[in-house]
Design a protein around this ligand. Structure first.
Ligand SMILES: C[S@@+](CC[C@H](N)C(=O)[O-])C[C@H]1O[C@@H](n2cnc3c(N)ncnc32)[C@H](O)[C@@H]1O
Length: 289
């Protein structure tokens, strides 16, 4: 009997951890495979990252799709839409229903993704050329979403993605924050007011530390905000440091239980760091406290 795959094909499938039915055409289009079908090592790293993220997202999709079929997923700051395409190929394709929306401000990327989706017959994928904030108001999107993802959406686009998820009553949010400059700029400007004369100020004295603690503090505030708004939050590592410096993965599952203590902690942190005014537009928690 003739073998179903030749040895090189089997090796390739193993190296790429290909799943049954996975589109080789897609991997070529995403430049993970060269036109000759060989592995592009640089892009393979990206694939690894997305696969790793998929391991966290798949059980969430499974659980949410059990409670009704037509899953909707918004991927913010989609870029070339690696994540959206892999999620569609590995999950939505076989599911036969549900829709993925990619939101991205760079028009050529949106156009290229739309073309690729059409070419591959991924009918239930749409790409919108707009900012995350704009996408919350557009008629082109559903009023509610099951899942919101944002993989390295730049700076405050991550905050806008969280605001989008809250507004659209998302069942789950899967967020990998990128660099964050807003809080670091505030720390630089007002030196965190009441903390400025304490030894804690050492934590952001050097510019590199200001940036890092700005990011750290931002993510802490984001988690508290999500908890205060009725989400259970898990923070973990996306992949090893060798792949990306920004590898914090925040997974928020809606439970409906708004944590008053998180809202209070959030307010207290904002006050300690002198951020109340600067971030008032992000963290309005009157209903919780
Ligand atoms: C670092 S890339 C990540 C792309 C993709 N998620 C990935 O991981 O491969 C960030 C993307 O977010 C887009 N972006 C930045 N700010 C945005 C905003 N406010 N709204 C929508 N897209 C935004 C950028 O154009 C860029 O393509």
């Amino acid at each position: 009997m003739k073998p179903r795959h030749t040895k090189p094909e089997q090796d390739l499938a193993q190296q790429l951890e290909l799943r049954p039915g996975q589109s080789i055409e897609l991997l070529k289009a995403l430049h993970i495979l060269t036109r000759e079908g060989r592995i592009n090592q640089d892009s393979r790293r990206k694939l690894k990252q997305v696969y790793h993220l998929y391991q966290f997202i798949a059980p969430i999709l499974e659980e949410l799709s059990n409670s009704g079929c037509a899953l909707s997923l918004a991927d913010h700051g989609a870029g070339k839409s690696y994540l959206g395409f892999i999620l569609y190929d590995l999950y939505f394709k076989a599911l036969g229903c549900g829709h993925i929306y990619g939101i991205e401000t760079r028009a050529p990327l949106v156009e290229a993704s739309q073309k690729l989706a059409t070419r591959l017959g991924f009918e239930r994928m749409s790409f919108l050329n707009m900012s995350v904030a704009e996408s919350a108001r557009t008629q082109a999107m559903p009023e509610a979403f099951d899942v919101v993802t944002a993989l390295h959406a730049c700076d405050t686009a991550t905050d806008d993605a969280i605001a989008f998820g809250l507004e659209k009553k998302a069942g789950a949010m899967v967020i990998v924050p990128c660099c964050q400059a807003e809080v670091a700029a505030c720390l630089r400007q007002n030196k965190a007011l009441s903390l400025a004369r304490t030894p804690l100020a050492e934590l952001w004295r050097h510019p590199l530390h200001t940036r890092e603690i700005g990011s750290q503090l931002t993510n802490v505030l984001r988690c508290l905000h999500l908890e205060a708004c009725g989400y259970q939050v898990t923070v973990t590592e996306l992949v090893g440091w060798e792949h990306s410096m920004k590898n914090e993965l925040i997974i928020a599952r809606h439970t409906g239980q708004k944590k008053r203590s998180s809202a209070e902690r959030l307010q207290a942190l904002l006050a300690e760091f002198g951020l109340e005014q600067a971030l008032a537009h992000r963290y309005a928690l009157e209903q919780v406290i």
